[in-house]
Design a protein around this ligand. Structure first.
Ligand code: URA
Length: 246
């Protein structure tokens, strides 16, 4: 694959921009034998993309045919590309992830579902439409675990009701938690397999309590790593991807 096409596929700009970056000596390829990066100024040189490590100006990148990443969403950010009030989570990602070319009209990685602006925790993003569908489709029942801090003490009756199912205002079908474990006087860990609008907040309100803080800690068997600080992102590796679907 030509070097300019590799850069283009990874989101470093149009083919013309990518060719220019290479010709201006701004691209370095990693040579495992020399254990060092060196400038490559030939934009049409044929390079094997798999496993390729390269630098574009200050950005170090590893070629990924598809992008699968997790973000520790901080509070006070919106999952929309065009936020109304708070900064978009997309501003926390490097530019190449936001402008990877896609077959669809929308460029770059897309969030897998949405979290409220004040919710923190695990958010997945990808440019793989099938993956996004698999992870967010209500029919697939991928479990998502939320750590909830509540305004009022949690009672055994509230936990039973959350497990048995509660009716939410505009929805005649009762929704229930797949699991609900009390974690403290004012805390529960709630596992949901659907993703209705404001579902956790509405379920807690339906049982007479109120969400004070909400944090998504897990999707499938993939937990948010403790060393990923709010606002940080990382690529998903093969183990992470397997954990999502196992
Ligand atoms: N349920 C909510 O109420 N809010 C979220 O952000 C996610 C689930």
């Amino acid at each position: 694959m030509q070097l300019q096409d590799i850069l283009y596929s990874q989101g470093f700009g149009t083919r013309r921009v990518c060719a220019g970056l290479v010709q201006r000596g701004l691209v370095r390829l990693f040579d495992p034998k020399a254990d060092a990066f060196s400038i490559c100024a030939d934009s049409s040189v044929d390079v094997t993309p798999d496993g390729l490590r390269f630098q574009v100006q200050e950005e170090t990148w590893v070629y990924q045919p598809k992008a699968y990443v997790m973000l520790h969403k901080p509070s006070g950010t919106e999952c929309s590309q065009k936020p109304s009030t708070y900064p978009s989570v997309y501003t926390l990602l490097p530019v190449p992830l936001r402008q990877r070319p896609c077959k669809s009209a929308i460029q770059g990685v897309q969030a897998v579902g949405r979290l409220d602006q004040d919710t923190t925790g695990l958010l997945l993003l990808s440019d793989d439409g099938q993956f996004i569908h698999r992870m967010s489709s209500p029919k697939k029942h991928v479990p998502k675990v939320y750590e909830v801090a509540t305004k009022h003490p949690v009672s055994a009756v509230q936990i039973s009701r959350l497990l048995e199912g509660v009716v939410l205002d505009d929805d005649p079908v009762a929704v229930k938690a797949a699991a609900c474990v009390q974690t403290s006087d004012h805390g529960v860990s709630l596992t949901l397999t659907e993703g209705k609008y404001h579902q956790v907040k509405r379920m807690l309100a339906a049982v007479g309590n109120r969400v004070e803080t909400l944090h998504r800690s897990r999707i499938g068997n993939l937990a948010l790593p403790t060393d990923l600080a709010p606002g940080q992102w990382k690529w998903l590796d093969d183990n992470d991807l397997a954990a999502l679907t196992s």
